[in-house]
Design a protein around this ligand. Sequence first.
Ligand code: ZN
Length: 98
Amino acid sequence: MHGDDSFWRFGHYDGKWELQVMVVQWEGPHQPIVMWRPIRTWDAEPEPSVLNEAKKEACCSDNYIRYCTRCGRYMLKGHMHNEDTCQGCAERYLGVVH
Ligand SMILES: [Zn+2]
């Protein structure tokens, strides 16, 4: 539902528990820059179910992670060619060169 575990980072930072999502931006066509964006913080360590809800919310409402309808995989927004096609599928099926 919310992509690969590697898209997420969860830890104790500055006295708070924080959930972060990986954001990929492109500095030129072959220069991906990976950043971690805080999604939510908690004073006490949240239950796994709470953590999952926060991830789901970030996917659904904030579109950090999108679903590629061609390969059926969840991808980071930065790896999407458009709303419903990832960059890999755009190259494969649409002849787009990145
Ligand atoms: Zn795809």
